[in-house]
Design a protein around this ligand. Structure first.
Ligand code: MG
Length: 280
């Protein structure tokens, strides 16, 4: 064990989900033990995820099925960050939304004024989200507003693709690229690599920036987010990025681990388990 003192002092862990602690519905080895150890040492873990298709209640339930007990304090999603941002900057104003019906419901539940009528004269802002109910009419309506009016333009997350059983499908960032070709405008993104979720996590949990570590598998979202928010980062190689990409990256991570299992061992100073051990 290297006994990296800076790493051992970490107490607040901001964890990505897909490719970091889970692959599909499967938990990545070492995750449960790592999360238990964080709690045992008086620390906290918060999942910060760009995935805006699932609610926090859904996440709590799916982690429960994997044997991990969590509550609302353990999650900050890009939708949550978006709602907070809209409340602060667009209080009472009308938001045109390109997104799923459930996303619209969530916004309404949070007292955000929303419309899907592109002709409404009161629109103050366009908001784009991942939308698996996307159709050409929605794209055209969004382009109409962005081309003909001076309104603000927001999007939940910059991810280009979203993992699915057979591979990937286009995510919010790809939808915005498509619109961008037509209107020559780019949105302000709420999720990672934007720093809103990290700032909320720091505000809601009483740990310093130095005691915090962002853990993720993607360079252009997770690791860049840490770089922008002044929080140390650990890249895990169980998802998208490779060690070579991590090492070559200009805003490269502070640490690179094969998985959360190795991160756990380095952080806790625990010796690796014998190979073939069935620890989860
Ligand atoms: Mg990921």
């Amino acid at each position: 064990m290297s006994g990296d003192k800076r790493l051992m002092k970490k107490r607040l862990f901001l964890l990505d989900i897909d490719g970091t602690v889970c692959i599909g519905q499967r938990l990545i080895g070492g995750t449960r033990k790592f999360l238990e150890a964080i709690r045992d040492l008086g620390g906290q873990f918060v999942f910060i995820t760009n995935n805006s298709t699932r609610s926090i209640d859904d996440y709590i339930l799916s982690f429960q099925k994997l044997g991990i007990m969590t509550d609302h304090t353990n999650f900050i999603t890009a939708s949550f960050a978006t709602v907070q941002y809209l409340k602060k900057h667009y209080d009472g104003k009308l938001i045109y939304v390109l997104g799923t019906k459930s996303f619209l419901r969530e916004l309404k539940k949070n007292h955000i004024r929303v419309t899907i009528d592109c002709m409404d004269p009161d629109i103050a802002c366009v908001l784009v989200s991942y939308d698996n109910q996307l159709n050409y009419e929605k794209l055209e309506d969004t382009c109409r507003i962005l081309s003909t009016r001076e309104v603000d333009y927001l999007a939940t997350n910059q991810d280009y693709v979203c993992p699915i059983e057979f591979g990937y499908v286009p995510d919010c960032g790809a939808i915005c690229e498509m619109i961008g070709h037509a209107v020559k405008k780019a949105p302000k993104y709420m999720g990672k690599p934007g720093t809103a979720m990290v700032e909320y996590a720091l505000k809601l949990n009483h740990f310093s920036r130095e005691e915090t570590l962002i853990v993720g598998d993607r360079l252009y979202t997770d690791i860049l987010c840490g770089h922008k928010s002044g929080v140390d980062t650990a890249l895990v190689l169980t998802g998208e990025a490779t060690r070579e990409e991590g090492e070559a990256c200009e805003y490269g991570p502070d640490y690179i681990f094969s998985s959360v299992e190795e991160l756990y061992q380095e952080w806790s100073g625990e010796m690796p388990l014998p190979t073939g051990s069935a620890d989860m």
